[in-house]
Design a protein around this ligand. Structure first.
Ligand code: HEM
Length: 363
């Protein structure tokens, strides 16, 4: 039975410093040519792994809250709080690259050969973060024709498979958004009202563009074509028959996300829209990390292949573009219109979305 009284514990025991501070095993010292910067290299990687652990801990809480049938306000608050924390940690992880870059490429060469095939490519926790947020196996780049599992140990690969088989955060977001009330309430159908408003707006944009003399004819045509494409992909959102690869989330979820985004000034939508902003921040900060890491790799090893066997810089730069997770939320901006052009909400929907303080009737 657990003791009701806490046992006396000192700082070093509480933090298990005997283990943490003795976990820096310099390979260069083992072969009798100690490289000063290998300590930095190990500590940086260890701190990354500790922060990945904390990020996964926050994702646990976010996903447990999203798994509920109904998500109360306090759960939404917790989701937002954890997501904000994840983003702050990621910002720190981008900054850590500055510290590592105080190591010169030549300092790195002092011990690089000792890493053999060891590479960040084998970080299980990094793969779990990506997977649990929503990077699915079919959206991953194959870096040498094999998947990420090939570089993991059997027991790690099993853990990653388990995560791949569970709903990711993007999928949970989809399920939750698909249940959003207000999008269709009584006689009000947001989809019809908004569809018309956006299509009118995009048509006007295309007309303005075609008459823009500041661009040459080719530029005007290319831009107009992009807008026409956006129009088609938007129309597909409201047509269950027309499947569009441009979206990862279901049409219902994207419609609800649009609704929350455009009416985000209504009190009941504040927290959901802040969650969207934070998920986009997370996507952006992870992308920044990928770019910074790719640049650092180019600076350290030029065009050499990585110790994990990939094309190095080139592969990493591509992941920054292709491994985006919440791209649908970014994509929504194409379909925003000025507040003044928004369809008016019926009074009953407005009432449902407001915080109403009703005074006790006078006796
Ligand atoms: C001198 C510093 C570093 C160099 C030269 C370097 C190099 C590389 C290279 C070349 C790759 C591609 C896979 C391969 O072929 O090995 C890679 C992947 C990776 N590295 Fe680093 N890295 C460095 C520091 C770090 C640090 C500090 C972290 C922090 C954990 C890290 C995490 C990762 C991760 C997670 C991947 C997989 C990325 C993906 O597949 O999207 N690396 N690294």
């Amino acid at each position: 039975m657990a003791s009701p009284h806490p046992t006396e514990i000192g700082y070093a025991d509480y933090l298990r410093l005997d283990q943490v501070l003795n976990a820096q095993d310099l390979q260069s010292a083992k072969v009798g040519r100690e490289a000063h910067d290998e300590m930095l290299f190990i500590i940086i990687h260890q701190t990354y792994e500790l922060w990945f652990k904390q990020i996964l801990h926050e994702i646990d809480r976010i996903q447990a809250n999203f798994a509920h049938e109904t998500i109360d306000d306090w759960r939404m608050g917790q989701i937002l709080h954890s997501a904000l924390r994840v983003n702050e940690i990621l910002k720190l992880l981008v900054r850590q690259i500055d510290v590592l870059e105080t190591m010169t490429p030549q300092d790195f060469l002092e011990f690089r050969d000792l890493l053999t095939s060891g590479s960040g490519f084998q970080s299980l926790q990094f793969r779990l973060v990506e997977t649990r947020l929503g990077l699915s196996p079919e959206h991953r780049l194959l870096y040498d024709g094999t998947g990420v599992h090939s570089r993991l140990k059997a027991e790690e690969s099993a853990l990653l498979t388990e995560a791949e088989n569970r709903p990711s955060l993007v999928e949970q977001l989809d399920t939750w958004l698909s249940r959003t009330p207000f999008v269709k309430a009584g006689s009000f159908a947001f989809s019809e009202a908004y569809r018309k408003a956006v299509l009118d707006f995009l048509t006007k944009d295309i007309q303005t563009l075609r008459s823009n003399q500041g661009l040459n004819a080719d530029q005007r045509e290319a831009e107009a074509l992009a807008l026409e494409k956006a129009k088609t992909s938007f129309k597909a959102l409201f047509d269950p028959e027309a499947h569009s690869d441009a979206w990862r989330m279901s049409p219902q979820a994207v419609q609800a996300a649009l609704f929350i985004t455009v009416y985000s000034d209504r009190p009941v939508l504040h927290v959901p829209s802040r969650i969207f902003q934070t998920l986009m921040d997370i996507d952006e900060t992870m992308t920044l990390w990928r770019y910074r890491h790719a640049l650092m790799v180019q600076r350290m090893i030029g065009v050499k292949i990585g110790t994990g066997g990939s094309s190095g810089h080139d592969y990493l730069r591509q992941t920054a573009e292709k491994h985006r997770i919440f791209s649908d939320l970014f994509h929504l901006s194409t379909y925003l219109i000025p507040r003044s052009a928004l369809p008016a909400l019926p009074a009953d929907v407005e009432r449902m979305m407001g915080y109403v303080y009703a005074e006790e009737p006078a006796e």
